[in-house]
Design a protein around this ligand. Structure first.
Ligand code: PEP
Ligand code: MN
Length: 352
């Protein structure tokens, strides 16, 4: 339930409404935007009549939030959330390009890739060290050693690092070492993991599940937000359909759909969406034209010998061309590519 305060409501009136919300056994989320002060009453609100709050001093109106997700909804939080990383924000005018290999394979591979993607215009480095592989016999990732290599690549380039977390067991280590926790498609509904991530304040890139609806993705974001971690970015990465010519089907519609439904930044992964390096630039361009706030792209110096996802990985030269094209589309959209400042530790801010 949203309690919208009058423009001239006093701080004492706001406090009195908050006290009333708490006395109903509900949690409070206060949003003091430029245009209005909104008090969110979160919890089992359906049995509480709006007139419990409507008569209080300073209250303009009371509205029920119609979606099942509350903190993630734009109705509740009309202004775009900006997730601040190192000198740039995801979710504002800037388009964030995160790039790097599917898996960290060696110190030289990740450092070489980091230098190349930075040079091409990426603002963050991706690299998996705990890999969710379909087969238990496939390469599972370098684990902690891979995180050391990523940290070195970050030191050399200043690029913040985005790394997938697979389990709560990895949380303490990852929260200490990475700038953005990636929750992969296969873990989108690992609710215990989402709750645990909600308890910390590291920014999160939450990917859409293989067959998940937009609403299910937003409900998963709600798990993280409701724990107090408001630094959540969403990522469309293709969904499973009857089409077999590509690895997944890019749900381009999901970008404007999510931009309408939620204030959280929306990114697209053209690599897992398509499964083919040749298709990646076209889908990346389409995503930015459709209003995406960023891209996460697989880049490898030698895709033919990559240990995972080589077929969909761009060589650095192709990636640089793609960044140029995306930059031009960003301009048409009145936006620009994000540029990393290159200082660490990255500035972590709350929800703005
Ligand atoms: C990845 O980013 O390497 C990955 C495994 O992606 P997804 O979770 O979208 O399949
Ligand atoms: Mn991959």
């Amino acid at each position: 339930m949203m309690i919208i305060m009058k423009a001239n409501a006093t701080p004492q009136q706001v406090e009195a409404v908050i006290a009333q919300v708490k006395s109903e056994g509900l949690n409070v989320h206060l949003s003091q935007g430029v245009e209005a002060t909104i008090i969110g009453a979160i919890g089992e609100t359906h049995s509480i009549p709006p007139d419990r709050f409507e008569g209080l001093d300073g209250v303009e109106s009371v509205q029920r939030i119609t979606q099942p997700y509350k903190l993630a909804s734009r109705q509740f939080h009309p202004e775009d959330t900006r997730v601040t990383l190192d000198g740039f924000a995801v979710g504002g005018e800037e388009i964030a390009i995160i790039a790097g290999p599917c898996s960290v394979e060696s110190r030289s591979q990740i450092v070489e890739t980091a230098l190349a993607v930075k040079e091409a215009g990426a603002c963050a480095l991706r690299g998996g060290v705990f890999k969710p592989r379909t087969s238990p016999y496939s390469f599972q990732g370098l684990g902690e050693e891979g995180l050391e290599f990523l940290a070195e690549a970050r030191d050399r380039t200043g690029l913040p690092i985005v790394v997938e977390i697979m389990s709560q067991v990895q949380l303490e280590l990852m929260a200490r070492l990475v700038d953005v926790l990636q929750v992969g498609a296969r873990n989108m509904q690992n609710f215990n993991l989402l709750r645990a991530i909600g308890e910390i304040r590291t920014p999160v890139l939450l990917k859409r599940g293989l067959s998940a609806t937009v609403e299910e993705l937003l409900m998963s974001a709600e798990y993280i937000l409701s724990g107090g971690n408001r630094q959540v970015m969403l990522c469309e990465r293709g969904i499973r359909t009857l089409e077999t010519s590509t690895r997944n089907t890019t749900d381009i519609n999901a970008i404007p759909v999510m931009k309408n439904l939620t204030h959280l930044p929306v990114l697209l992964d053209p690599s897992h969406s398509t499964g083919h390096a040749d298709l990646v630039p076209a889908v990346a361009r389409a995503a930015v034209a459709a209003g995406a706030d960023g891209l996460i792209v697989e880049v490898h110096p030698d895709p033919a010998h990559a240990v995972s996802d080589g077929k969909q990985s761009l060589k650095p030269e192709k990636f640089a061309q793609m960044v140029d094209q995306v930059g031009q589309i960003a301009q048409v959209m009145g936006r620009r590519l994000a540029v990393v400042r290159g200082e660490h530790p990255s500035a972590r801010q709350g929800w703005t």
